[in-house]
Design a protein around this ligand. Structure first.
Ligand code: NAP
Length: 284
């Protein structure tokens, strides 16, 4: 293994993340942990890009030969029109979170859903094939998860959301297995995924539960995509009820790992990335 140089040089390969706001993003930290473990002379930076600057920023990726960027809010949809190619999954989802620059040709892809499926396999030895799944929420994260569960062969993907319109759209994205569900669908489901923003530290909803804990129990896997805090009120309640649980750190790490693999062509160092993520979110 090579030693990664301590400082960037004129030959350092640059990647990054674009979004607004961007200061909170953990992407540069996860990318950098990977580059250091791989011994690569690469650097990852956060670029604050407002909506009116998106076109200039995408031209900059080409002009500055930036190898790739992760894309976060509010650009996941609007950036699509500015790219040369869009992967079939990103097209179906209407969302791009990863751009790869192949000699000036920019390809948009989405690694959120595939990262979630990888996290299930690595973190919980769970294969969605033939399983009944409930997705709580219908925003960007929920749609990515619902689509990925459909592609992975889930038998049933019930989308439960406060607002009915987004729920119907998310259910449709899951394909034939998708349907709009209700909270009671969580009773006996193989997998329950909490994909709303409820439970996030720093919001008044941090201690709230999105569903009644009585609906959860042994034999189920409960995943909360919220990763700050790592142990949300829902994860705590599900643990007490005897369900298996998984935090959102797994999806965070695996979606970034897939981006690293697209850009470098190398296998991502999951251990180093996990350590960096856990230290950043206080998972220990
Ligand atoms: P989003 O697009 O803004 O969607 C938010 C969702 O939460 C919507 O379905 C919304 O319902 C629902 N919601 C918000 N407040 C609610 C409340 N008080 N009660 C019930 N439902 C409520 O957000 P997102 O990008 O999908 O992100 C959702 C969460 O996933 C965030 O906490 C984010 O940090 C996390 N996330 C984690 C990862 C990871 O790698 N682990 C990746 C992406 C996102 P309505 O449609 O009714 O408004």
């Amino acid at each position: 293994m090579h030693q990664a140089p301590k400082w960037p040089s004129a030959s350092t390969v640059v990647v990054g993340v674009i979004g607004n706001p961007i200061a909170h993003s953990l992407s540069p930290l996860l990318h950098q942990a990977a580059f250091e473990a791989l011994g690569l002379d690469w650097v990852s930076l956060g670029f604050e890009v407002g909506p009116s600057a998106l076109g200039d920023a995408v031209s900059g990726i080409r002009g500055l030969k930036i190898r790739g960027v992760s894309v976060t809010m509010p650009h996941k949809e609007s950036v699509m029109a500015l790219l040369d190619r869009i992967s079939p999954l990103a097209k179906a989802l209407g969302s791009v979170n990863c751009i790869t620059n192949d000699s000036g040709v920019l390809e948009g892809d989405t690694t959120d859903g595939p990262g979630f499926i990888e996290a299930l396999a690595h973190g919980a030895d769970f294969d969605p094939m033939g399983k009944s799944c409930v997705v709580l929420g219908a925003g960007g994260a929920a749609r990515a998860v619902a689509a990925a569960l459909g592609v992975a062969g889930a038998r049933d993907v019930a989308v439960v959301n406060r607002s009915p319109g987004p729920a119907a759209r998310a259910a449709a994205i899951a394909g034939p297995a998708g349907r709009v569900g209700r909270a009671s669908d969580a009773l006996g489901a193989d997998l329950v995924v909490q994909a709303t923003s409820v439970g996030m530290a720093g919001t008044e909803s941090a201690g709230r539960l999105v569903i009644e804990p009585e609906l959860l129990g042994p034999g189920q896997l409960v995943v909360d995509l919220v990763y700050h805090p790592v142990t949300t009120a829902l994860i705590d309640a599900a643990n007490r009820r005897g369900a298996r649980t998984m935090s959102g750190v797994g999806m965070l790490v695996h979606q970034a790992a897939l981006a690293i693999e697209r850009w470098t062509g190398l296998q991502a160092p999951l251990g180093a990335m996990w350590e960096a993520a856990a230290a950043a979110v206080g998972a220990g």
